[in-house]
Structures are given as C-alpha cells and as structure tokens.
Design a protein around this ligand. Structure first.
Ligand SMILES: NC(=O)c1ccc[n+]([C@@H]2O[C@H](COP(=O)([O-])OP(=O)(O)OC[C@H]3O[C@@H](n4cnc5c(N)ncnc54)[C@H](OP(=O)(O)O)[C@@H]3O)[C@@H](O)[C@H]2O)c1
Length: 229
C-alpha cells in the first residue's frame, strides 16, 4: 500500500487530497505545525500518522523530525501547505518576506532533503503545489510570487537530480481556489469573497491524484489548473 506524507492537510486543497487518499485506504502521514493540530488531524483521519514541525522555522525541522518516527518508505511527498501575505514592495517588511519564503520554499526544500532516502527506496514522487504566481508575478504579490517562483526552481532542479534515482517530481500550478487562503486574499484586496466563483479544492485534488496515479512510464512535470468559469 502506498504511503503519502502530506503537508497542509488541515485545510483547503490539502484537506481535500488527504480525504481522497484516506477514503481509498492509502497510508497517510499528516504533517502539522504543532502537537495540538496533529491531535486534531489524527482525530479527523482515523488511522493516519502525524509528523510535527513548524514550517515557518525550517532550521528546526531536522531536529524535530529526528525525535519522531518516520515511515521506512515514502511513495509520495505532497507539499501543499502555504501562506500568503499581499502588499506592495514599498510596504513589505523583512518579516513578511521571510515568513512566506520559509513556509512556501525553504521548508519544502528541507522536508524533501530529510525524506529523500525514503523517497528513493520507494522510487516515489515529490509533488509541489505551486501557484499561478509561481509563473507570473503581479503588483502586490512580490513576496508570495518570489516564494513560488523559487519553488518552481526547486522542483525543476530536483527533477533533474533525482531522475536517475527513480524519483518523479511534479509541480501543480492552481489558479484561485476556494479556501481560507483565498478568503484572506480577498480581504487583503478589499474585495467581496464568493467561493462559488473559484476552483473547488476537490478539483485541484483530482488533478493531484491524476499526477500521482499516472503509470510509471510517464511523469507529469508541470500542470496548470485555471478556474473554468
Ligand atoms: N487558494 C488558492 O487560491 C491557491 C491558489 C494557488 C495556489 N495555492 C497554494 O495551494 C496550497 C494550499 O493552499 P490552500 O488554499 O488550501 O490554503 P489554506 O486553506 O490556507 O491551507 C494552508 C495549509 O498550510 C498549513 N500551514 C500554514 N503555515 C504553516 C506552518 N507554519 N507550519 C505548518 N503548516 C502550515 C495550514 O496549517 P493549519 O491548518 O494548521 O492552519 C493549512 O493546513 C498553498 O501552497 C497555496 O500557496 C492556493
């Protein structure tokens, strides 16, 4: 049975992906920011294992994981957690830059580094949930866009490095998706939020599962998903 390590499983896109994999009986290891959140996730997904570590402090992830039991093999590592804070460059402070770069870029790189041995054993797959902002940056989106452009670079380099080890690497670039993150974006943009206007997280989950379930003769490198309305 496949083992998936998932970040961001408590909300939005990550919760939809975790539900689908849990329902079909795969083993899921859910990453949580702290022990309290891990307890909530374990209750929501009976039988799931949890891993605790704050992605906003990637320098401590290695220490945190060294005190927890890791799976022997990892068939997929799904980087779905993320944060956004909009603002013009003229207003963005180093704290706002650093938090988004840490959670959206440095922590995925560090978690990947720490789980690469288990991914190689399984000839597994690393999947990064990126964003349209990882391909084009717009006014007000500098810090988030930079973190996601960096995430694209991380994925592209990792793919070349790990191909010989049989590890597949996929980036998914969703457009606006109805989730608590999108509600925050609307609030920061000063716009009314209507979730029905945006992609359902279940549809992004469907694309992610398609990339995971593709037979091993092929690899989805990059997948852009835009609102259909
Ligand atoms: N929504 C969109 O329109 C959209 C569009 C394109 C790309 N994306 C990307 O899709 C991914 C999922 O977004 P979403 O919309 O589902 O967001 P969301 O509903 O806000 O969920 C974000 C998840 O990230 C976790 N997280 C945030 N900071 C963390 C930290 N320091 N340590 C551990 N976990 C942390 C959250 O944990 P808690 O549950 O504990 O808060 C939550 O589970 C993100 O990478 C986002 O950039 C979203």
């Amino acid at each position: 049975m496949a083992t998936h390590v998932i970040t961001g499983a408590g909300s939005g896109i990550g919760a939809a992906v975790a539900r689908r994999l849990h329902e079909r009986g795969d083993d899921i290891v859910l990453h949580a920011r702290d022990a309290g959140r891990a307890k909530e996730l374990a209750a929501a997904f009976p039988g799931a294992k949890t891993l605790v570590g704050d992605l906003s402090d990637p320098g401590k992830l290695s220490w945190a994981l060294s005190h927890q039991s890791l799976p022997d093999r990892v068939d997929s590592l799904l980087h779905i957690a993320g944060v956004v804070d909009l603002g013009p460059v003229g207003d963005l402070t180093p704290k706002t830059w650093t938090n988004q770069l840490n959670v959206n870029l440095v922590a995925p790189a560090e978690l990947t580094r720490l789980l690469l041995p288990q991914l190689r054993v399984a000839q597994g797959q690393v999947l990064f949930v990126n964003s349209g902002s990882g391909l084009n940056a717009h006014a007000g989106w500098a810090a988030y866009g930079a973190s996601k452009h960096g995430l694209k670079a991380l994925a592209d380099a990792l793919r070349q490095e790990e191909h010989a080890n049989g590890v597949r690497v996929t980036s998914v670039y969703p457009g606006r998706t109805a989730s608590p993150m999108q509600a925050k974006v609307h609030q920061q943009e000063g716009k009314a939020y209507d979730p029905a206007q945006w992609i359902d997280p279940e549809s992004v989950a469907t694309t992610i599962l398609m990339a995971l379930d593709l037979p091993r003769d092929a690899e989805v490198n990059d997948l852009t998903v835009r609102p259909g309305r």
